[in-house]
Design a binder for this molecule. Structure first.
Ligand SMILES: *[C@@H]1O[C@H](CO)[C@@H](O)[C@H](O)[C@H]1NC(C)=O
Ligand SMILES: *[C@@H]1O[C@H](CO)[C@@H](O)[C@H](O)[C@H]1NC(C)=O
Length: 370
């Protein structure tokens, strides 16, 4: 269902003339040469004020297929805290984190074709480049989608990275489609950023969704975002699966958490010939033998892959964001924003990183405005 819908999308470039005219005043606004940004030279614990710094740097230049986007809001993800994690390296030029944002297209490279100046967009980034914790950022247009019209910039910034990860996990890796109506998926950590989008997409496809959470508030949140059942991951999961009628296991499992502590359970909970998708790195070695015994398929999802390896199908990120925009606007997908901090500065970003490092967030944190 989702896959086929994606291929029906028409390029957005044909609104060129109206959009250009509409945004004439914005086009005439001269871009500044420097901008505010939050970045780092050293990789330090958060308690150190130098772990994230307020900076004034040059506005980046757009190349061939890139857009220059004025950032309105930026989300924080586990990838940011991983990138910032303490290590010995010292950067000679500042590194700007953040790879999940919304904003306005203010300039574009000569080989771009998908967007017009003035378009309101939402997008992810490229880990090897500077990110979205800055007033302006450059990004390849194939990583960008039109912002959902019914969303604020803050709401839109909360969604690109988790939506692409959830969508790729379910549709591109587990290959879920209409054929899977009535089957069952277990989503480990269903109240997190990716989990609460994945539950909604799986539910929309027609699967029974079993999530895991432990607190009353995250359990309710998960139910509100597509989970039919929510198991308590602090108690015996296998026993709980049996109690709700799945003694024979589930068809699919999406693991939005370190799989290491869950591995034995996963091997028991997956049905013969089932499929498991891992989104998070394992903190230890796992035994693959049970996969063979049950002919289980194990797949991995990393949102950065298509960008990092410049794969032939990397336009897919644009397609997913375009499709998701429609689903957000027609109410089929709900926003998962739970906390907004303003303005975008080093102190607020350190606070957002701290909340993520405590690992008890439900939904997403966004920073907005400079
Ligand atoms: C990131 O931005 C800083 C400040 O403008 C610049 O010196 C640096 O070269 C940029 N890094 C990358 C990877 O583009
Ligand atoms: C992996 O699991 C199989 C089957 O349970 C067992 O026979 C084997 O010894 C295990 N391998 C390791 C390295 O633990």
């Amino acid at each position: 269902m989702f896959r086929s819908l994606l291929f029906l999308l028409t390029p957005v470039g044909n609104t060129f003339i109206s959009s250009q005219t509409l945004h004439t005043s914005k086009m005439l606004k001269k871009l500044p040469t420097t901008m505010k940004a939050v970045g780092l030279y050293k990789y330090l614990p958060l308690a150190d004020p130098n772990s994230l710094l307020d900076l004034e740097v040059n506005v980046p230049e757009v190349k061939e297929k890139q857009l220059l986007i004025e950032v309105k809001a930026t989300a924080v993800n586990p990838i940011d805290t991983k990138q910032r994690a303490p290590k010995q390296i010292v950067e000679s030029t500042p590194r700007i984190l953040g790879w999940d944002a919304s904003g306005i297209v203010v300039s574009k490279g000569k080989n771009t074709k998908l967007f017009n100046l003035g378009d309101e967009v939402y997008f992810t980034g490229d880990l090897s480049k500077n990110g979205t914790n800055a007033q302006y950022t450059v990004v390849n247009e194939e990583q960008v989608g039109l912002k959902p019209k019914s969303f604020t910039f803050e709401q839109a910034a909360a969604m690109p990275l988790t939506t692409i990860t959830a969508y790729e996990s379910l549709v591109d890796r587990l290959l879920l489609s209409d054929k899977d109506k009535g089957k069952t998926i277990l989503i480990i950590n269903s109240a997190g950023g990716v989990g609460s989008v994945a539950s909604q997409i799986a539910k929309n496809i027609g699967l029974k969704v079993i999530g895991t959470a432990s607190r009353p508030d995250t359990t309710v949140w998960s139910q509100e975002h597509g989970a039919d059942f929510v198991l308590n991951h602090r108690e015996d999961l296998l026993l709980q699966l049996e109690k709700i009628g799945y003694a024979k296991g589930v068809d699919y499992i999406l693991v939005n958490y370190d799989p290491f502590p869950y591995w034995e359970f996963l091997m028991k909970a997956i049905k013969p010939q089932g499929k498991i998708c891992l989104v998070v790195d394992s903190s230890g070695l796992v035994n693959l033998s049970s996969l063979k015994d049950k002919s289980v398929t194990l797949v991995s999802e990393m949102m950065a892959t298509r960008i990092k390896y410049d794969t032939e199908d990397k336009i897919r990120h644009h397609e997913i964001l375009q499709e998701a925009s429609k689903l957000f606007d027609n109410g089929k997908l709900k926003c998962t924003l739970t906390k907004t901090l303003s303005p975008i500065n080093a102190a607020n970003l350190r606070e957002a990183h701290r909340l993520l490092e405590e690992k008890c967030m439900k939904g997403k944190i966004v920073l907005s405005g400079f």
